[in-house]
Ligand binder design. Sequence first.
Ligand code: UDP
Length: 561
Amino acid sequence: MGSLDSVAKTVLHRRYLRQDKEGNVVETPDEMFHRVAANLAAAESQFGGDVETTEAQFYEVMSNLDFLPNSPTLMNAGTELQQLAACFVLPIEDSIESIFTAVKQTALIHQSGGGTGFSFSNLRPEGDVVLKTGGVASGPVSFMKVFDTATEQIKQGGRRRGANMSVLDITHPDIEEFITIKAEEDVLRNFNLSVATGEAFWDAYESEETYDIVNPRTGETVRQADPDAMLSQTAEMAWETGDPGILFLDTINEQNPISELGKIEATNPCGEVPELPYEACILGSINLGQHTDNGDVDWEKLRTTVHLAVRFLDNAIEMSEFPVPEIEEMVTKTRRLGLGVMGFHDMLVDLRIPYYSEDAVEFAEELMGFIHDEAWKASKQLANERDPFPAWENSSYEEPVRNVTTTTIAPTGTISLIAGSSASIEPIYSVVYTKQVMGGLEVVNDRFVDIAKKREFYSADLVEKLHGRTTIQDVEAVPDDVKRLFQTAHDVPADHHLKVQAAFQRHVDNAVSKTVNLPQSASVDDIKEIFLSARDLGLKGVTVFRSGAKPEQVLGESPLK
Ligand code: UDP
């Protein structure tokens, strides 16, 4: 088994390992990996596969920390819950019945560790008529508060707090209220917000014309709005609070291989999986730092891990149980997978490529291109062994494949702590810092320590000096070339964050969850520019975070607080 550091052990102990009725932990991390491997390998028996060999392979790949599935799989596989997916989208129609059905479904999903996204765009605006009662409608934002309160009470089965994504179309009459809602204190604490934009809006923006604000109940245009002013207002709020982000629904739907099944209107909480209503996605991430050898990528090992990971995730779909029958039906139809990566910065350090360099962007393309190709080879192979996904005949794919999508870049907020890797495709935040678990555990970047020792500039004093710094660029004791390898999220300018996101997005079927960090001194216009570049780069969505802005409330918190 790979070596788990003290943060990893603490995280597992507190949230992942099985407990008895009294709350005593009754499983070791090694037993957890065996539990998950045995559960997922059991799916092989349905397809005439080799259960035992597969179980051993799944155990190896997880316990060596080469690959980890999303948290719900680690927590629930082989337990009574058996709900393995992290990412859900639920439909909300314009009726009390539909809204409160979705509240109930949300509660059940949060209880099992999943996160939910919704489009509120179909709800009639505030002040509109309610025919049944002759009253006035309270509008999408007031109903979001109902979901928020429900989420607050569930706390995801005691293991993690619920997370939601709320999407509202930029043509909705209540859009201004939606954009500015987080200016209020303590409102929608369990929500990320995203403004949905499409071709009509961007055409109007380009031609400097107004666009239509439409009541979704009647289809009537109720007024005109200025696209530039709307973008500025969105940028202003993102400057202040980090929310809302922007979604490019036209790009998302142009790239949707199953458009015959409907229109995608929302994503899961962190934005990496645009989904049709009732779809769910099980994520898994390859730990890239475990796939280097002597300063180069170990491509053969990477290929093996990708193929195994695709099988693992497809088996997870087979084994997962869902709390809502409509979800079970959709998941079985589309078999959406979210294979991604963590430890991208670790890998760059091993390859001696600075994160903030053109080489890093080029390498990101090569790397994700490889993973994407291999993932599709694996999905094709599974379609031969098993069947293509049932909605394949209604899809744009010519060749039979087992899954509607294979790749995604997730934030890996918790599983990267278990793996001891840098998170997702993000640059590191700090070389030495205190993780707020068990009264505070010091985390020192082990690659930095290795290099410092080899190059003979290591000292306990240096580690002390670096503690809690969000940049080491001004520390004289560190040689310049090493400083460049350990640039942090704060050292990397916003346009480079975007370039990295775009490089990955070009080789990812779903979407990329990435934070575009900005310095405190950034202006509202800088943020507007980022929205525009994100559009030009063909991204599916974008979220910014300005240092010193009101902290992001949904997932910015340590999962251990
Ligand atoms: N998620 C959630 N609650 C959380 C963290 C994550 O519901 O506290 C869901 C959400 O859909 C998010 C997805 O899990 O987009 C993946 O997040 P991440 O990669 O950080 O999860 P991990 O598997 O590392 O826990």
